[in-house]
Design a protein around this ligand. Structure first.
Ligand SMILES: [Zn+2]
Ligand SMILES: [Zn+2]
Length: 127
């Protein structure tokens, strides 16, 4: 299991504001275009940032579903915004949907995951 890198304290919330949270995140997002992330984001990919699970504090009601035998995804029980992913084999880590973070500037770099699955309409042609 990879250790977490340098952490930055952040706050975040879902689109409707019913769920708010505080945590400490790494500075790099993974832009994941796997089928589950594409469908559950309703977009071309989901942007995940690793965070310290022990420092995650959540207020508000979330709901969840098991997206595989080893991962559970949490979302706002009212507006449905995707928020967190917990993996059984990464007990120290929670993955946070980067778009829910209040100050996006805390994230400075990105990498691709399942880039070959990204739809053509979701490829950045300005890069
Ligand atoms: Zn909400
Ligand atoms: Zn994915």
């Amino acid at each position: 299991m990879a250790a977490l890198g340098a952490l930055h304290p952040v706050t975040g919330r879902c689109a409707c504001g019913q769920v708010t949270y505080a945590c400490a995140i790494e500075s790099e997002v993974a832009l994941c275009a796997c089928d589950l992330c594409r469908r559950s984001s309703g977009s071309g990919f989901q942007a995940w940032v690793n965070a310290d699970r022990a420092r995650l504090s959540v207020s508000g009601e979330t709901a969840s579903w098991a997206s595989s035998t080893h991962a559970v995804r949490h979302f706002c029980a009212r507006c449905g915004s995707p928020l967190f992913l917990f993996e059984a084999d990464e007990p120290a880590v929670v993955e946070i949907c980067a778009g829910s973070i209040d100050a996006p500037d805390a994230i400075t770099t990105s990498r691709h995951a399942f880039a070959q699955k990204r739809p053509a309409w979701a490829v950045d042609r300005t890069a």
